[in-house]
Design a protein around this ligand. Structure first.
Ligand SMILES: Cc1ncc(COP(=O)(O)O)c(C=O)c1O
Ligand SMILES: [Zn+2]
Length: 433
């Protein structure tokens, strides 16, 4: 392991927790759940006057996302539960970008004003985390904070990936972990939750039923919550995706980030990372435009963006194979919508077929493996590119939140099906449509 990944002190500048909804301030030592005053989301705040590391120091460190420990919420270095999460590569995808630009060229024969669809296309490859998704960043932070307070039993509801990640980090911390999934969660996640020795609780129906079962059992048993936006720490851990992104661009920003949005935890993290580094004087640039990608089967945030609303309306009858974004009632929607509005982002909804095609396109052209949920973002970016949302020189980053192995069966079946149908293109992903 990289020797710089070990450290004796975090020098965390964490000062207090502040409710996103009502502004109530809470003490970092006493509060583990939502805002005691209104039930809103508690957001860790940092004393940026005490933040005195240099960009060079952060850039020099490696090992894990804990290289950014001064702006992470754990005070005791010995409490940190880490498996080298984060420090994931930003992978350029020139062949897929060329395909998109070729398509744009074809269009420009009809419309002489049409330029290249985009400049460079990158995937931030979160599939390379310990349990193969970006969830590891949030759970490393949340389980570390629980560990610091001496917690021995944690619980959460999940679409699957967060449950797998929590099970892994809880195991490493020696904690008991209760994971509430619905029966539709993929076998990989269910199997690995059990492999880590966590307690798997399955519900019929959708994620709301798993959430209800979790709430009831948690109340009865007094478990500590590591649920999305109940713990104040998961979005704060995911903030490190933003730090890495801005670091990779030389403490500057890419033009666009497209994010597969369920609860919006990672998108809010990337937004928060920008705000902190901008306030600290490290970044002068404007923020990247943050684009919300969802599935046409569950698109409450895209609907709210299109309506110019400041919060979503819960989605009736959610249904998509992209289970990570099958979130009908994302409680943090006002915060997501603020981030989109402040950065001149947009919303885009794609259907399951487009998402699967996008995953096959990049796997067959540039080699990168994406799970179906993450591919919602790539399909969204491809759609935005075709619609002329990006400039011909602009850098576009798609967050590949999870690895292809998470949904390998579905991708393989789709590739065989397209081959049998005799795809119009030589590649199983078909034309980059
Ligand atoms: C692979 C993957 N991508 C994206 C998401 C949605 O993440 P967020 O809550 O940050 O919007 C999930 C959530 O389960 C997921 O598993
Ligand atoms: Zn509050």
């Amino acid at each position: 392991m990289d020797p710089t990944s070990t450290f004796d002190a975090t020098d965390s500048c964490l000062s207090h927790l502040e409710c996103y909804a009502c502004g109530e301030v809470s003490d970092v030592d006493g509060t583990t759940g939502p805002c005691p005053a209104c039930g809103g989301i508690l957001d860790p705040q940092y004393d940026l006057d005490a933040f005195d590391v240099s960009p060079e120091t952060w850039a020099r460190r490696g090992g894990s996302m804990w290289k950014y420990r001064e702006l992470l919420p754990v005070q005791e270095a010995s409490a940190v539960v880490s498996m080298g999460e984060g420090v994931t590569p930003l992978i350029e995808c020139p062949r897929l970008a060329a395909t998109l630009n070729r398509d744009s060229d074809r269009d420009s024969e009809r419309d002489s004003d049409r330029d290249a669809a985009l400049g460079r296309l990158f995937l931030k490859d979160e599939g390379q985390n310990p349990t193969n998704t970006f969830k590891d960043r949030g759970l490393s932070a949340a389980i570390s904070c629980a560990n610091e307070r001496g917690v021995t039993e944690v619980a959460l509801p999940s679409a699957g990936n967060a449950g797998q990640s929590a099970s892994a980090y809880a195991a490493r911390a020696g904690m008991d972990c209760h994971v509430f999934l619905n029966h539709q969660a993929g076998d990989v996640k269910k199997d690995l939750v059990e492999a880590h020795g966590a307690h798997l609780h399955l519900s019929e129906g959708k994620i709301d039923r798993a959430g209800a079962a979790f709430a009831e059992a948690r109340e009865a048993n007094g478990w500590d919550t590591v649920a999305t936006f109940q713990t104040p720490y998961r979005h704060d851990g995911k903030k490190t995706m933003g730090f890495e992104l801005y670091e990779a661009f030389g403490w500057s920003t890419p033009d666009h980030v497209v994010y597969p949005t369920g609860g919006g935890v990672g998108l809010i993290g990337i937004w928060k990372a920008y705000q902190q580094l901008h306030r600290a004087g490290w970044i002068d640039d404007d923020p990247p435009a943050l684009h919300v990608a969802q599935s046409t089967g569950t698109a409450p945030v895209v609907e709210a963006i299109e309506a110019g609303a400041t919060e979503h309306t819960p989605w009736e009858d959610p249904e998509t194979v992209a289970r990570g974004v099958e979130i009908p009632d994302p409680g943090a929607s006002p915060w997501i919508l603020e981030a989109v509005a402040e950065t001149d982002g947009t919303g885009v909804a794609v259907d399951d077929g487009e998402a699967i095609d996008a995953a096959l396109s990049v796997a067959s052209r540039d080699g990168v493996e994406m799970c179906v949920t993450a591919a919602v973002a790539l399909a969204g970016a491809m759609r935005l590119a075709r619609e002329g949302a990006f400039g011909p020189e602009e850098d576009v980053v798609v967050v590949n939140t999870g690895a292809g192995c998470k949904t390998a069966g579905r991708l393989g079946a789709a590739a065989r099906e397209r081959l049998a149908q005799g795809s119009s293109d030589e590649r199983p992903g078909g034309s980059a449509q």
